[in-house]
Design a protein around this ligand. Structure first.
Ligand code: PLP
Length: 412
């Protein structure tokens, strides 16, 4: 009989967003006339940039012509895209990077979920809390997390709490950890890390022989010139960090799919008998076995994001969302609610009022205003007492949602 990987049974039944969707569906059935607005799920609403659409059309025509048709592409991605990434995302910031340290993927979720496969079953994982759930859940599948405790923590995971008390800056782990997940600008809190604080993490990882998995999926939203866009802006990071990027939130690719992972050649981990092994060839080997590449169309579309027109158009979309973020912050401020993030990220992390917990506030807001938020506790135990609002709606939807919110909370 085929035995299952019982680690899967440890996972909670529904992914956070499926639970939210079920609750919204139930509300819609009870209130069919009410227009529901979502400030919850982190999906974009702006269409693709015209430069991206033109690149897609060109690529589609090439694929329809025998002279220019492409089948399987290079396993790490086409050189034209890897070279554009190196030039614009790294060299333009004074970071040396080689195209063969870049692996193109179908978005950051796959690689942030899959990268843990490179580590041993007893590797100790540290995560900031709250956190993007994929990091922990993929390690649950990998059998590294122990048992789920009644407080929502996994027994073998080291949680680095991020809350208002520590200004959302995690403390360095007090015990030995092997793999550290960091995400800045952060989903869900919308907070960022300074260059100095990030250097502390790089130094820590070098000293303690840990690997940092740095998720930079939201770096395009950074407005403050002093905030690092990449961990490789910090000295020594090439030896200790892999980095994940995505065109999803940068350029509206959530439906098109493209991203990339950086695995520098200096990045190593140890075998049980103490031998150092480079992670780049291991990751390339893993990808070439289990992943057959991102479509040529998506890669040509991603290349167009770096063209002069593409960059300008993409920046306009980001500015559009950041105007929403600013309005959300202004409204919360006027309502006297405590909030964090929203100035270098498309997420605003709101303290729930009057001692309500995350799900109570979610339910009350849905029923009173028909506006959907994301309960903070769904991102980890330290998210309890917070909800996440996103700036990814249209201006009209966001304004309407904020008006409803103001009406409800001033009435309360
Ligand atoms: N990383 C973070 C922190 C995210 O919030 C998301 C998506 O919401 C992703 C990665 C995955 O994005 P994608 O797979 O669309 O590139």
């Amino acid at each position: 009989m085929a035995q299952i990987n019982e680690n899967f049974l440890k996972l909670s039944g529904a992914y956070l967003f499926s639970t939210i969707a079920a609750k919204v569906r139930a509300y819609r059935e009870q209130h069919p006339d009410r227009e529901i607005i979502s400030l919850g799920i982190g999906d974009v609403t702006r269409p693709l940039a015209p430069a991206v659409v033109e690149a897609l059309q060109r690529a589609a025509r090439e694929m329809g012509d025998a002279a220019t048709f492409r089948g399987y592409g290079p396993e790490q991605g086409y050189a034209f895209l890897r070279e554009a990434i190196v030039k614009h995302d790294f060299e333009a910031r004074g970071i040396a990077m080689s195209p063969d340290e870049i692996c193109i993927n179908d978005g950051a979720k796959s690689d942030t979920g899959n990268f843990q496969e490179l580590f041993g079953a007893d590797a100790r994982i540290a995560v900031t809390d709250p956190i993007y759930p994929v990091y922990v859940d993929s390690n649950v599948m990998g059998g590294r997390t122990g048992e789920l405790l009644s407080d929502g923590h996994w027994s073998k995971v080291v949680y680095l709490a991020c809350d208002a008390q520590n200004g959302f800056m995690p403390e360095l782990p007090r015990e030995q950890v092997d793999v550290i997940y960091l995400c800045y600008p952060n989903n869900p809190t919308g907070t960022v890390i300074t260059r100095q604080a990030l250097q502390t993490w790089v130094d820590y990882a070098r000293e303690h022989d840990a690997v940092i998995l740095y998720d930079a999926a939201y770096e395009a939203y950074i407005q403050d010139p002093d905030i690092p866009h990449s961990i490789y802006e910090l000295e020594g990071a090439r030896e200790v960090a892999a980095e994940f990027h995505s065109f999803s939130k940068t350029a509206g690719f959530t439906g098109l799919r493209c991203g990339y992972t950086v695995v520098p050649k200096e990045l190593t981990a140890k075998t049980r008998d103490g031998r150092r092994v480079a992670l780049n060839p291991l990751w390339v080997r893993r990808q070439s076995t289990k992943f057959n590449g991102t479509s040529y169309l998506s890669q040509r579309a991603a290349e167009a994001v770096y063209s002069p027109e593409g960059r300008e158009q993409v920046e306009q979309s980001i500015a559009y969302y950041m105007r929403n973020a600013q309005k959300i912050c202004e409204t919360l401020q006027a309502l006297g609610l405590r909030y964090f993030g929203g100035s270098n990220a498309p997420y605003v992390w709101v303290r729930t009022p009057q001692g309500m917990d995350s799900w109570q506030f979610f339910e009350a807001m849905l029923h009173e205003t028909a506006v959907v938020c994301t309960p903070g506790v769904g991102f980890g135990p330290s998210g309890e007492g917070y909800v996440r609002l996103t700036a990814f709606g249209t201006h009209e939807q966001t304004d309407e949602a904020l008006q409803r919110l103001a009406g409800w909370l001033t009435k309360k």
